[in-house]
Write a protein that binds this ligand. Structure first.
Ligand SMILES: C[S@@+](CC[C@H](N)C(=O)[O-])C[C@H]1O[C@@H](n2cnc3c(N)ncnc32)[C@H](O)[C@@H]1O
Length: 315
């Protein structure tokens, strides 16, 4: 089998170290021909196009550009295997069959699992949590995972204000299985008076839930304390310290009430995740934070580049 590798950088080097001995590579392919890499000749893409070959493994990050050049030169895209596929939400690789034969199943499985839209962080190759279905906000979930790893020595319970069906709460519950998890919601959608300023579709979309549905979503439901009804009344008399709080109530007044209730009750080293802080569709969340900071002073916080623009507040 005639195998070529596009690229003469770290990607090609890693490939040779991990899965493909240079002896099995006819040549490396670069922008220009000439010289050698790992003892093999380096040729140009134009030269490759004139040769017969079985597989071109593209180890360059510029997957899009290499694919375009290959198509221009009449190279069969079915013969390309992109190792750096993450710049596209759509998998560029037409097939993994030849790759499996050349690189082995284990390598190819890792490739498929790690090179998605976002590369898997080095600190967690093991996928404890990864977005799936409607929770597919990879940055949000991975940030939660990283934060939970820092909480070992921080005392306190976990809580979420704004639970809906428990889509995020279940990950808090999975990552902090020893902690009590307070869940504040009506469990039947927004109070119509509170969400009057939002669209009817928004209000309608959040009705379809229940306390039972939330409990069924949790891996450790015995740790959950459901607080049904309107917050902050449902928190009256609660004496607790918190290590992790997710504020996801969408609305300005509910969010402000959440900040006022939880921030004074956070342990040193704890975190609050303020969902939708940068979300232009839910401007009340940012206004609530601005009102809180006007009352209590500026918070130490980092905005995330997750889908809905969470703000991570360090306490
Ligand atoms: C966007 S949803 C929460 C989504 C959930 N955190 C997730 O990630 O899947 C917002 C929720 O906040 C709740 N909520 C908003 N204001 C509230 C209040 N004052 N009291 C109780 N629940 C409230 C609504 O009932 C709704 O279920």
């Amino acid at each position: 089998m005639k195998i070529y590798v596009y690229g003469t950088g770290c990607g090609a080097g890693d490939l040779a170290d991990e899965a493909l001995s240079p002896a099995r590579i006819e040549a490396f392919v670069g922008r220009e021909s000439g010289g050698a890499f790992l003892g093999r000749p380096v040729i140009s893409l134009e030269e490759l196009a004139g040769r017969g070959f079985d597989l071109l493994i593209v180890a360059s990050r510029d997957a899009e550009g290499v694919e375009r050049d290959c198509l221009r030169l009449g190279i069969d895209p079915g013969k390309l295997l992109f190792l750096k596929n993450h710049v596209s939400a759509v998998d560029r690789n037409r097939s993994y069959d030849t790759a499996r034969a050349v690189l082995g199943d284990a390598y190819v499985e890792r490739l498929i699992g790690s090179e998605r839209l976002i590369r898997v962080p080095l600190w967690t190759q093991e996928e404890r949590i990864a977005g799936e279905g409607s929770d597919n906000d990879y940055v949000r979930l991975k940030t939660l995972e990283a934060i939970c790893l820092r909480l070992a020595a921080v005392p306190g319970a976990a809580a979420e204000l704004g639970v809906y069906r428990g889509g995020f709460a279940r990950w808090i519950n999975a990552l902090l299985p020893e902690r009590r998890l307070y869940l504040f919601d009506t469990f039947e959608g927004f109070d119509p008076a509170e969400s009057a300023g939002e669209g009817s579709g928004f209000t309608e979309a959040h009705r379809n839930t229940s306390a039972g549905r939330v409990l069924a979503a949790l891996p450790h439901p015995e740790r959950a304390v459901l607080c049904p009804g309107l917050f902050p009344q449902t928190a009256e008399g609660l004496e607790e310290r918190f290590a992790l709080v997710s504020l996801d109530a969408d609305l300005e007044e509910s969010t402000l009430a959440g900040l006022r209730f939880f921030l004074p009750r956070m342990s040193a080293g704890a975190y609050v995740l303020l969902h939708d802080y940068s979300n232009p569709k839910l401007g009340g969340v940012k206004r609530a934070l601005e009102r809180f900071e006007a009352e209590c002073g500026r918070l130490a916080a980092v905005p995330l580049c997750d889908v809905n623009g969470t703000l991570v507040i360090a306490c």
